[in-house]
Design a protein around this ligand. Structure first.
Ligand code: UDX
Ligand code: UDX
Length: 465
């Protein structure tokens, strides 16, 4: 099928940037991104590109070029579904918070709602593309809904998992290591795969477009995220040994990363990984393994999450013990709240857990993050339900200026690796803090020697020196 009209359901961190790049690279295809959230769509349509709901370096330029030409953001879901020959489903699939599989399985209710809506509206054959990360065999559930509630229309289901990382989404979409497309092995399935291959082939070399059966594609996404997260947990496990033995985890990372069999990426010790995918996808994998009775496999992967929790907890424990075993009433400034630099996304950010632990110890926290909105920070804490939301607002303040944020602080904790932190006037910061002035660098980005020369007591994750 020669695709001229695409619809994407879900204008989030994945749907928005992915469709913007497809529209930019394929001016001959009309791309409509729809969402039930009207204010999100309004933000995507805002004249001021600083107000786009997703912050990604370079995204504003692409939206500026394609929006109104062949890229549209709309709340008219039925209309866009009806018009499109190919529909991407890019809605969120959070971990279930209720019932069977609570805390582990992916909640597929939005996916199912989308499938039912597509079935209801469609009058012509369509290709449905799963963009959301899904448990293996979700495609068969979508197919069954479409076939049993549809109007005799034929649907082909493809799995096309997204591998973009937030903060580098635009580059990842422009120059992906690979694009993965899974589909049925019969003739119609192969034709559908070809239609999607043809779209990507507008800017991606053919040898980087991989086609597989649908289950392999779905499982590959979970596996990729599990392997990446496992590397972070592995290096974080080593970071604790380094701190005890006097080794430096950065030196260890460099030494092992030069082994081409290991490779250098995803070996940066941190205060713990966050983001919407790693934890959710591993929990999903664990749930799938358990449901097949594969308990050893489940335990193996679960350990990656347990290590990550430990890393966050030991970071806050270290702050408390270093500050003479009490942080009650002490001001601690957080530099960064996002789960990594160059994004305004905070889902599963380590900062949330570290803050919660310190608030339990009655610390006063002051937060500065260059991109995260104040309401987001409070919403993240309120979501934990650890204490009343008024108390969260009493104990934690958000500042829009780093120098104001640190005023009279006992300690600074670096939670996100924003580049701007490195260029601060650290002497000025030191002068305005309580003494002794402590820095807990959860990302290992600051210059230890410079800070110690100024007078700071500096702790770097994974350094026992
Ligand atoms: C994506 C993927 O879909 C998820 O599976 C993956 O693991 C992480 O990335 P993301 O784009 O980050 O999710 O999610 P989010 O930013 O929450 O966007 C999803 C959007 O879908 C929201 O704007 C929501 O309003 C919309 N939505 C949800 C619908 O339009 N319809 C629905 O029925 C449900
Ligand atoms: C991840 C996958 O990389 C991407 O392919 C998939 O599509 C979605 O999930 P994302 O969560 O956006 O992307 O960011 P990523 O760069 O993978 O970082 C995840 C977390 O790991 C962040 O909190 C980051 O700070 C942390 N991390 C990453 C480390 O602590 N150390 C590292 O060496 C790398």
């Amino acid at each position: 099928m020669n695709i001229k009209n695409i619809c994407c359901i879900g204008a989030g961190y994945v749907g928005g940037p992915t469709m913007a790049v497809i529209a930019q690279k394929c001016p001959h295809i009309k791309v409509t991104v729809v969402d039930i959230n009207a204010s999100r769509i309004a933000a995507w349509n805002d004249d001021d590109l600083n107000n786009l709901p997703v912050f990604e370096p370079g995204l504003d330029t692409i939206v500026k070029e394609a929006r109104g030409r062949n890229l549209f953001f709309s709340t008219e879901v039925d209309k866009a579904i009806d018009e499109a020959e190919m529909i991407f489903i890019s809605v969120n699939t959070p971990t279930k918070t209720y019932g069977k599989g609570k805390g582990m399985a992916a909640d597929l209710k939005y996916i199912e709602l989308c499938a039912r809506q597509i079935a209801r509206v469609s009058k012509q054959n369509k290709i449905i593309v799963e963009k959301s990360t899904l448990p293996v065999r979700t495609a068969s559930a979508i197919k069954s809904i479409l076939e049993n509630t549809g109007n005799g229309v034929e649907f082909q289901i493809l799995s096309n998992p997204e591998f973009l990382a937030e903060g580098t989404a635009v580059t990842d979409l422009m120059l992906p290591d690979r694009v993965l497309i899974g589909g049925d092995t019969h003739e119609e399935g192969q034709k559908a795969i070809q239609s999607l291959v043809d779209i990507y082939a507008n800017w991606i070399p053919k040898e980087r477009i991989l086609t597989t059966n649908i289950w392999s594609s779905e499982l590959s996404k979970l596996t990729a995220n599990a392997f990446l997260a496992q590397r972070v947990s592995s290096i974080n496990a080593m970071s604790e040994i380094c701190e005890k033995t006097g080794a430096d985890v950065n030196e260890v990372s460099k030494a092992i990363g030069m082994d081409s069999r290991i490779g250098s990426k995803f070996l940066k010790a941190s205060v713990g990984f966050g983001g919407s995918c790693f934890q959710k996808d591993i929990l999903n994998l664990v749930y799938i393994a358990k449901s097949y009775g594969l308990n050893e496999v489940a335990d193996y992967w679960e350990q990656v999450i347990l290590m990550n929790e430990h890393q966050k907890n030991r970071f806050s424990d270290n702050i408390v013990s270093t500050l003479y075993n009490t942080v009650s009433g002490k001001k601690i400034t957080f530099f960064g709240w996002a789960f990594k630099k160059d994004t305004n996304d905070t889902r599963e950010s380590a900062a949330i857990k570290v803050a919660d632990n310190l608030l339990n110890e009655q610390a006063n926290i002051s937060v500065y993050d260059p991109k995260v909105a104040v309401e987001r920070i409070y919403a993240d804490l309120d979501y934990l339900n650890t204490r009343a939301s008024e108390e969260n607002r009493e104990l934690l303040a958000v500042s829009s200026d780093p120098y104001q944020a640190i005023h009279q602080s006992h300690a600074i904790a670096v939670l996100t690796e924003w580049d701007e932190f490195k260029g601060y006037d650290w002497q000025r910061i030191y002068n305005n803090m309580q003494k002794p002035a402590f820095i807990f660098d959860g990302r290992g980005i600051l210059d230890q020697r410079v800070l110690e020369d100024i007078g700071f007591t500096y702790y770097k994750i994974g350094s026992g020196c």
